[in-house]
Design a protein around this ligand. Structure first.
Ligand code: COA
Length: 242
């Protein structure tokens, strides 16, 4: 159905599996991956058979080591390279997916890698995972959503510290700051994520989607607006059940 160069897309029992597949460069995110991811995200969003999607990285060493630095080096400047990435709103599309998304994180989870993980709803890490935003060292700001998504997940102070210092945090530190939901031994990562996805896929899809919408949209609203959104979604679920 799809023939991708940088990603593997699979579908089984209402679960979609997206594998970042450039292991020779630690799954670095390049323009081709951006275009293919955009296509896959659209397909997931529009596919009523898909109840949950899993994002993972090929190879032993990384989920994703960030933007492809070789493209940065061939562009006139990192800023120009970054602008090219804005030509498609992958991150806006990612955050608009109605189904629950789970990130299975191992090894290096840097730059766009951590930003991709932050577009997911649940993050499970293996013990070897290392997280970081090295953009500051390249003279740019994280611009695949992290300035907005990271503080919403770990709080303003910790997010700013990670962005200012560009240092790496290990899996236990990531768990302590609630950047990830759970840390598991490396061999258990994919089985644990798969089990979690299948558990969610077995639930009522309308209820699951409404919960996701209430929580994710609600985070950008004032409390009274969020409560109003919750009320509307609750009555939608109620009507659907009649
Ligand atoms: N873009 C392009 N290629 C990358 C890459 C990236 N972001 N990250 C790693 N690679 C490539 C390396 O060039 C190397 O390729 P080679 O074997 O052809 O030389 C291969 O992946 C393995 O990486 P290497 O650096 O040899 O592994 P390491 O264990 O010594 O270091 C990292 C791993 C992740 C610490 C290091 O690769 C790194 O700092 N990468 C860049 C991270 C970054 O700044 N990302 C951009 C954020 S905006």
């Amino acid at each position: 159905m799809f023939n991708f160069e940088t990603l593997i897309y699979e579908k089984e029992d209402n679960v979609a599996y997206v594998t970042l597949n450039r292991p020779q460069v630690l799954n670095a995110y390049n323009i081709r991956m951006r275009d293919e991811l955009y296509q896959i995200l659209g397909a997931i969003k529009d596919d009523p058979e898909i109840k949950v999607a899993i994002f993972k990285g090929a190879g032993d060493r990384a989920f994703c080591a960030g933007a492809d630095l070789s493209e940065f080096l061939t562009a006139p400047s990192p800023t120009v390279a970054r602008e090219v990435r804005w030509q498609r709103d992958v991150w806006g599309l990612f955050l608009s997916i109605p189904q629950p998304l789970i990130a299975a994180l191992h090894g290096y989870v840097l730059g766009s890698g951590i930003e991709m993980a932050l577009c997911c709803d649940i993050r499970i890490a293996s013990e070897d995972a290392q997280f970081g935003l090295p953009e500051i060292g390249l003279g740019i700001i994280p611009a695949a959503g992290a300035t907005q998504t990271l503080p919403r997940v770990i709080g303003q102070a910790k997010a700013l510290e990670m962005m200012f210092l560009g240092h790496r945090v290990n899996a236990d530190e990531a768990l302590a700051m609630a950047l990830v939901n759970r840390v598991v031994p490396k061999a258990d990562l994919l089985p644990v994520v798969d089990e979690l996805a299948r558990q969610i896929a077995s639930l009522d899809i309308v209820v699951v989607r409404c919960i996701k919408q209430a929580v994710t949209r609600g985070l950008s609203l004032r409390l009274h607006e969020g409560l109003e959104l919750e009320r509307r979604l609750a009555s939608l679920v109620w009507q659907f059940k009649q």
